[in-house]
Design a protein around this ligand. Structure first.
Ligand SMILES: [Zn+2]
Length: 379
């Protein structure tokens, strides 16, 4: 079986699902045929043109649903590669290629764990479902489409996202709220600056306040770390000899689980009122990007079980859940009604970089970890 998980991973790397455009349907159709050969009844769920999710289910009963999730798309193979990113080569220690770690390695391990459970499908107390989605890297359309079209929920709903965590169980991930903040001044000849209202000076007041805001945010500690705020871009001014009438800042506010977009909107609003008082109408905020942080309660049976299994098989530190260092779809599945963990083979340091690779040992081990999790959660 360990050879099967490796050869499946290699085949998946060879099917190019770089997004955009994605073309995940090619991989979904390949997996559909692969699962049909094993006597299963998979379904290719069309999301957009040549973009599709792959769904397959075994088990019975209405009590528990365990979803095994991952994304079919990969990011472009930019930068200097020492090998063909879509050849799916292996040297016996690693498998190489775009998506090896993020996250076709996880998909292969989930698929093979799913297949190895088939002989016991009748004994499962609940449903086990593969949900492999399109368009995770750009717009999350695949997951959102799946959740919008399958609203049936069970007494207990769990999901495992096989993003690369080096097999550490992750209880959450940070989110991000990003905004443009525009300042309206009034122009004047720059030899008489007092005749105008300098929009860059307005922006600079806000920059100082945001720098202070970040220091305060870092004092808010939680088991997920602390939030942050950074001004990352500035655009403004019209001419060399004109008092600028407009300026705008871009801010990137990283959130911890529990913080909502509304919370952040309010905090920024308060800063603006404090800094600008009656002149607050000179400032306009527009949200540019909204991605919620994800989390699961540390006493949830899914994370407790996963940590027990990881600790026993991989050592003491694997029993402690950590925070996933990047964005992922945990919050989307949580909002969809699933208690969700992030847990998969491969390193995040290999994601989105040239010469991506994954240790074969982690892929084969992930398959065994998932098998145990399935039996424990659906017994
Ligand atoms: Zn990923």
């Amino acid at each position: 079986m360990s050879e099967e998980v490796v050869s499946l991973l290699q085949k998946m790397i060879r099917i190019n699902t770089v997004s955009p455009p994605g073309n995940e349907k090619d991989l979904a159709v390949f997996l559909e045929a692969y699962l049909k050969e094993k006597g299963l009844k998979p379904c290719v769920q069309s999301v957009e043109d040549n973009r599709a999710n792959l769904i397959c289910e075994i088990g019975s009963g209405d009590e528990t649903l365990l979803v095994l999730n991952g994304h079919l798309d990969v990011v472009p193979a930019q930068g200097e590669w020492k090998f063909d990113p879509f050849a799916g080569n292996s040297d016996g220690t690693y498998v190489y290629g775009r998506g090896a770690a993020d996250m076709k390695g996880g998909l292969a391990a989930l698929t093979c764990a799913f297949l190895s459970v088939i002989p016991y499908a009748d004994k499962l107390k609940g449903k086990l479902r593969l949900v492999f989605v399109a368009d995770e890297e750009t717009s999350n359309h695949g997951s959102l489409y799946y959740l919008a079209h399958d609203k049936k929920r069970y007494s207990k709903n769990y999901a495992v996202i096989a993003e690369p965590t080096e097999l550490r169980v992750c209880k959450g991930h940070l989110g991000a709220e990003r905004y443009w903040i525009s300042f309206k001044g009034s122009g004047a000849h720059s030899s008489k600056p007092e005749n105008g209202c300098n929009a860059i000076y307005l922006a600079s007041k806000m920059i100082n306040a945001l720098e202070q805001y970040h220091i305060e945010l870092r004092k808010r500690s939680s088991s997920y770390g602390s939030p942050s705020c950074a001004v990352t871009r500035i655009e403004g001014g019209e001419k060399d000899n004109t008092v600028p009438s407009s300026c705008k800042l871009f801010i990137d506010r990283r959130t911890v689980p529990g913080e909502t977009k509304k919370d952040i909107d309010n905090e920024i609003d308060i800063i603006i009122k404090n800094v600008f008082g009656k002149e607050k109408d000179r400032v306009e905020v527009s949200s540019f990007f909204d991605f919620s942080a994800g989390r699961i309660g540390e006493d949830n049976p899914l994370i407790v079980t996963a940590c027990e299994i990881a600790k026993r098989r991989r050592g003491e530190e694997f029993g402690k859940p950590i925070i996933f260092g990047a964005g992922c779809e945990q919050a989307i599945f949580t909002n969809g009604g699933f208690d969700t963990i992030v847990w998969g083979p491969g390193s995040l340091s290999q994601a989105h970089v040239p010469n991506e690779r994954i240790p074969i040992e982690e892929v084969t081990e992930a398959k065994k970890l998932y098998e145990e999790l399935i039996f424990k959660m659906l017994r």
